[in-house]
Design a binder for this molecule. Structure first.
Ligand code: AMP
Ligand code: ZN
Length: 470
């Protein structure tokens, strides 16, 4: 058994992964706020969680993965006016729909985009609007324990009461006042301290998405949503929480504060954060106007899995600058891999793979998800002297982590049409009879039908011709 090491943001270094309960792992990933298409920056973060989950499964763990859908309460701030607004409601007004319709539309689109890059579905996608009861309960518990206070229908977390605040981000109380001015909503004038954050917010005049609570009609704060949903589905102490690097503060710091204050025990053992996807050195973000979606990638003729491959070429924690050139290079590398596996596809698959490479691959992925190293091991294996059938066996295994559809692509290629098979036989005959001119002509004919004949020891093989950007 090879041990798994992960970089835990909580301690800012790599440490051995030990699950709370032997053989099982609970993962909570912060999901999307559903009012527009997700962009490939968001996807990079979700891909990192997917790779982690696949690695844990590869190591024999049973994984329970929860990914929430934020369909209320994730307020955004208008930079010019300093006004807070709920983007789902704004989008609903813009499109003449209800907030529920907007949330439903973009939830479905999100799920489709994840599927297009082979992200394994979560076990549960809890919706914030379906967990209001749990959020109210948690808020009540924090009020009862003196960690929160109510003013005019709003409930705030009293940050000063939680001594460990800053444990994740390093933004301890004394460092923070200045920083917070930038991220907190300017309209929250009734707070005791600018560092405090909202657990429950009073509904403004005319708001549709609101719920009854002991503090009047209102809606939950974004941070309490993730605490309530994660604890409901994974228990009050669980293994792994994931997100992008911008989630560290304030979102995850606040999740820790309110969860640990409420339960009196540790909330999460391992915090994993993916680095930003950048464009020209800047974070890919709607407000920067530099976002691309999966559909943009497809429209340009790329296989969405080329983006998955591109993400695998970088370590998940480092920032990755996106360019179309880098996507082209990833698509070419992926197609090379497809050419290899389709080349092997007509041979029988033995039960034995290439043990030495399998061990090295396992060590690489278990070492803080070192996918760039894993990809070079894949390349070394492809270039090695192992019999094609053994290589195929190992590559299929690796693909449980890589998620590049190798088996499916090879399977499709293996379904060689009878007419092509007949041409190959005819060509073999011509070669036996030393009629090389005819053999070459037949080779060209086979190529026109989309296959390349590869003469190898033990008879001819066929590779499906895969053009780039397919
Ligand atoms: P948001 O809709 O902004 O809450 O983002 C959803 C998820 O995507 C969060 O986990 C963010 O941390 C992550 N995210 C947003 N932008 C990027 C980016 N440019 N690169 C990587 N992750 C991102
Ligand atoms: Zn969250």
């Amino acid at each position: 058994m090879t041990e798994i090491f992960l970089t835990n943001t909580l301690i800012r270094k790599k440490e051995k992964f030990v699950p709370i309960e032997k053989g099982t792992v609970g993962i909570y990933s912060c999901g999307p706020t559903v009012y527009r298409d997700i962009h490939i920056g968001n996807l990079r973060t979700y891909l990192a969680a997917d790779i982690l989950k696949r690695i844990l499964i590869y190591n024999g763990y049973k994984v329970k993965h929860i990914k929430n859908i934020t369909d209320v309460g994730h307020m955004r701030t208008d930079e010019r006016q300093g006004q807070a607004f709920d983007p789902i409601i704004v989008e609903a007004l813009k499109q003449g729909k209800t907030p529920q319709q907007i949330a439903e539309t973009y939830t479905q689109k999100f799920l489709e985009d994840e599927k297009r890059v082979n992200i394994l579905p979560a076990d549960v996608y809890p919706k914030a609007t379906e967990h209001i009861k749990e959020m109210v309960e948690l808020t009540k518990a924090l009020l009862d324990k003196g960690f929160a206070y109510e003013t005019e229908g709003n409930v705030y977390f009293d940050v000063k009461k939680f001594e460990r605040y800053g444990v994740l981000s390093g933004n301890t109380l004394n460092k923070m006042s200045k920083l917070l001015a930038a991220v907190r909503v300017a309209t929250e004038t009734d707070k005791k301290d600018s560092v405090d954050f909202a657990l429950w917010k009073k509904a403004e005049e005319g708001r549709e998405m609101k719920w009854a609570s002991p503090w009047g009609e209102g809606f939950p704060g974004w941070h309490i949503e993730c605490s309530a949903m994660s604890m409901k589905h994974l228990g009050s102490h669980f293994d792994v929480h994931t997100g992008g690097e911008d989630n560290i503060f304030p979102h995850h710091e606040d999740e820790i504060a309110q969860s640990e204050a409420a339960t009196g025990k540790k909330f999460v053992n391992y915090w994993l954060h993916a680095g930003f996807l950048l464009v020209d050195g800047k974070k890919m973000a709607r407000r920067e106007g530099n976002v691309y979606t999966v559909s943009d990638i497809v429209e340009k003729g790329f296989n969405p899995l080329a983006f998955r491959y591109l993400c695998l070429t970088a370590h998940y924690r480092s920032r990755l600058n996106f360019t179309w050139k880098s996507l082209e290079a990833a698509a070419a590398a992926l197609n090379n891999l497809y050419r290899e596996v389709t080349g092997y596809a007509t041979t029988d698959i033995p039960k034995i793979g290439c043990a030495e490479y399998e061990q090295r691959f396992l060590e690489a992925v278990n070492d803080d998800m070192n996918t760039p190293a894993a990809l070079s091991i894949v390349q070394e294996l492809v270039d090695s002297d192992y019999p094609p059938s053994a290589k195929l066996q190992s590559l299929y295994k690796f693909d449980e982590v890589l998620g590049l559809d190798l088996q499916q692509v090879a399977g499709e290629a293996a379904e060689v049409p009878v007419e092509v098979k007949n041409l190959v036989e005819e060509r073999e005959q011509a070669r036996k009879e030393e009629d090389f001119e005819k053999a070459d002509e037949l080779r060209r004919e086979i190529a026109k039908k989309g296959y390349e004949v590869v003469d190898a020891k033990g008879g001819p093989g066929l590779k499906k011709i895969i053009s780039d950007q397919s």
